[in-house]
Design a protein around this ligand. Sequence first.
Ligand SMILES: Nc1ncnc2c1ncn2[C@@H]1O[C@H](COP(=O)(O)OP(=O)(O)O)[C@@H](O)[C@H]1O
Ligand SMILES: [Mg+2]
Length: 313
Amino acid sequence: MTSPALAPAPVREAIVATGVARRFGSVHAVTDATLTVPAGSVTALIGPNGCGKTTLMLMLSGLLRPDSGTITVAGCDPRTDAAAVRASIGWMPDQLGSWDNLTCLQTLTLMGEAYRIPRATARTRGMELLARVHLTEFAERPARVLSRGQKQRLSLARALVHDPAVLLLDEPANGLDPRSRIELRELVREFAAEGRAVLVSSHVLAELDEMVDDAIFMSQGRTLGDDAAAMVADAKTRYRIGATNPAQLQALLTQYQVAFEPEAGGAIVRVESQDHAAQSLSWIVEHGVAIHQFGPVGSALEQTYMAMNEERR
Ligand SMILES: Nc1ncnc2c1ncn2[C@@H]1O[C@H](COP(=O)(O)OP(=O)(O)O)[C@@H](O)[C@H]1O
Ligand SMILES: [Mg+2]
């Protein structure tokens, strides 16, 4: 028998959107977007410029009304329960609005007050967030002195003032140098580890690699759904083998009728699982072929992106 004292299960699916569409005059910015974003993980929204990412995120955050489709955020509908949705969402726009003359702490305090947090509490929270995004030393300095990476971190802190359960980050890595990107990645991973749902968009695939748990691909206003998921799963099974003597490797694979794509440095094969990969590697080595490289070809995201663009050609 279940105990009546059990707490309700937390909402695992922080965002659920089905068949969402929005046009501006004759421009169909989003034609059919369906996605779920689970709590406690980072989901990428990937697609080329103009495919509708920002429009979709604005609708998810309740800032723009969809023409059709349904959206729930933390269990609420932005159309009927806008206040609840705003309270549970942190939105980081692709361009930081210029409050250049305010100090970093003033920016966060004001933002907190906009969420009706009392000023003293908002200030304390602002200092905590500045520490969190490594900007403590800039607390009393105007935002205009910040570098691009620092501005992005301030923008991230701004999205967090009301401790939202869901974070929507629009192209946060845009224009960041590699170091800033790694710092951003660490922060985003921490937010997910705290149980937040994070949806992060980009048109540059490499920016999101290693930052995300899952990816939603978008093309010409549509999310690609299961096709793309299948492509990601498929991409993970291609392994590149680099051999000191590529001809010897290729001869071995041919002899045992293992399907492979030949390459100048060796071959690409399919593996069914990590166990299968481990067995294959020992098998090759046992047959006397010297191997200097053995691993998945590129990243799953990259391969899926490429496959997606090939389909479009
Ligand atoms: N407010 C708007 N008015 C007219 N067209 C818009 C507006 N916002 C976006 N669009 C158009 O909708 C399409 C999708 O834009 P957007 O959502 O910004 O894509 P992304 O963020 O993926 O680059 C583009 O063709 C863009 O020009
Ligand atoms: Mg955009």
